[in-house]
Design a protein around this ligand. Structure first.
Ligand SMILES: [Zn+2]
Ligand SMILES: [Zn+2]
Length: 303
């Protein structure tokens, strides 16, 4: 999640404006919108993984833009009271953002993000300071914090810390990998006819009669998109009904007489030909056949 991370690194820089207001005020005017765009974009790309809170990313953009515009108007003295609009928008923004941090921390299991809402302490301290000094100084060129300096700088430090924590945490967010179940499902949907290793060794003639009735026809031009690779080959079948074992190739269970599973078409275990639907996912792209317990890996190939 480079986008989210870079948004928060920028945000850490922006928060320094509260400590060095005159020095970096103009650079921050330039980088703040970029930071908002990146942050909103980062949250957008995570939206499907955050549950109901995933819909909040437009609010990040909207409130960020509102904060910025109101600040500019206030600064240019076009709308001096804009500062209050900006502060209000900033508070709401920060609360929404903190809820995203917590949601992402839980959902994506990035513990560091539990520390990110320290931003709320920073926002509270800074808003309180501005409310108290407003009127006694001209924003931002003649800001004098006086007795409030520790509160104000402490708040700014919280903001910088929160942004840095979030930026580092965002780097730990990996692109979503489909879990075993879902991956298998999508393979079966897109490749209904593809039949594992047997087919890769000798491409089956694609006579229409060979196709299962009603199956989607992938056509000969679409060659194998995936393959099943045997990681470790078992030499024993285990009866699904009674648990007795038999050598690979046995047709019936020697104990109970149950027929071993064999799929005529579709994805199947390269070792025992059991339908791949009884394989158990053990990690992304990695399965164990439910009948012979061979280790099988799903490999993608260029089409
Ligand atoms: Zn049996
Ligand atoms: Zn098998």
């Amino acid at each position: 999640m480079r986008i989210l991370s870079s948004g928060y690194f920028l945000s850490a820089f922006n928060a320094l404006v509260f400590i060095f207001p005159t020095v970096i005020f103009y650079p921050v005017l330039a980088t703040y919108p970029a930071s908002i765009v990146l942050r909103g974009w980062g949250w957008r790309s995570l939206r499907s993984r955050l549950g109901p809170l995933g819909v909040l990313y437009p609010a990040i953009w909207g409130l960020g833009a509102l904060t910025y515009l109101a600040l500019i108007l206030s600064f240019l003295e076009i709308f001096r009271e804009g500062i209050w609009v900006a502060l209000a928008a900033w508070v709401v923004y920060s609360i929404l953002e903190a809820s995203l941090y917590l949601r992402a921390a839980g959902k994506l299991r990035i513990r560091l993000l539990y520390a990110s809402p320290v931003s709320l302490a920073g926002v509270s301290a800074i808003v309180a300071s501005i409310v108290m000094i407003w009127g006694s100084s001209k924003f931002p060129s003649e800001i004098r914090y006086g007795d409030l300096t520790p509160l104000f700088f402490g708040g700014a430090a919280c903001l910088v810390a929160s942004a840095l924590i979030t930026a580092v945490a965002a780097l730990q967010i990996r692109a979503e990998k489909p879990t075993g179940e879902r991956e298998l499902e999508s393979l079966l949907v897109t490749l209904p006819r593809y039949s594992s290793a047997a087919a890769t060794q000798s491409p089956q003639p694609t006579q229409p009669t060979a196709r299962p009735k009603g199956a989607l026809t992938a056509g000969t031009s679409r060659t194998a998109l995936i393959g099943l690779e045997v990681v470790s080959r078992s030499d024993t079948l285990v009866c699904l009904k009674c648990g007795a074992s038999a050598p690979i190739g046995a047709v019936n269970c020697p104990e109970c007489g149950e027929r071993f599973r064999k799929a005529a078409s579709g994805l199947r275990c390269p070792v025992c030909e059991a339908p791949f639907s009884i394989a158990k996912p053990i990690s992304a792209g990695h399965y164990v056949c439910g009948q012979c317990f061979s280790d099988i890996r799903v490999v993608r190939r260029a089409s």
